[in-house]
Write a protein that binds this ligand. Structure first.
Ligand code: 4NP
Length: 151
């Protein structure tokens, strides 16, 4: 069993989308019983909130329902519980590295590492930004499936 935590700032736009897309990708590959998937935010403002309606919408238009997810903040035991902690951008990568113990930094990396790249924060933009985020997340999830040897 591998466990993967996707992390952005608010846990309402990018990381719940990544959680839903990766869960769907893993299900389609027939490996749901081999991966535990969750998401969280480095910030606390949106705890308990559903994903942003624009993330729900772009997921739904690709056949994925993320409306039942609820935001939460990263907590200390996440650094013990998850094998892989994937930051959606470099700011959140830095925030995660500050939060954990030195020996736990090996579990943390950028979600899009090849080429090393941020999933941009779409919160203050329009629907186009969410479409772009979806494409990056979808491609990143396919790469992750291969990295974890589940493809
Ligand atoms: P996320 O997007 O980190 O992808 O969930 C954001 C959501 C909320 C805020 C910023 C980014 N905010 O400033 O409230």
């Amino acid at each position: 069993m591998t466990s993967v935590l996707f992390v952005c700032l608010g846990n309402i736009c990018r990381s719940p989308l990544a959680e839903g897309v990766f869960r769907h990708t893993v299900e389609q590959a027939g490996h749901s019983d081999r991966v535990l998937i969750d998401s969280a935010g480095t910030g606390s403002w949106h705890q308990g909130h559903a994903p942003d309606p624009r993330s729900i919408s772009v997921a739904a238009s690709n056949g994925i329902d993320i409306s039942g997810l609820r935001a939460r903040q990263v907590k200390q035991d996440d650094f013990d519980r998850f094998d892989l902690i994937l930051a959606m951008d470099r700011d959140n990568l830095a925030a995660l590295r500050r939060m954990c113990a030195a020996e736990q930094t090996g579990r943390i990396r950028l979600f899009l590492e090849d080429p090393e790249r941020d999933v941009p924060d779409p919160y203050y933009g329009g629907a186009d930004g969410f479409q772009d985020v979806y494409k990056l997340v979808r491609n990143g999830c396919l790469d992750l499936l291969e990295d974890l040897r589940l493809a």
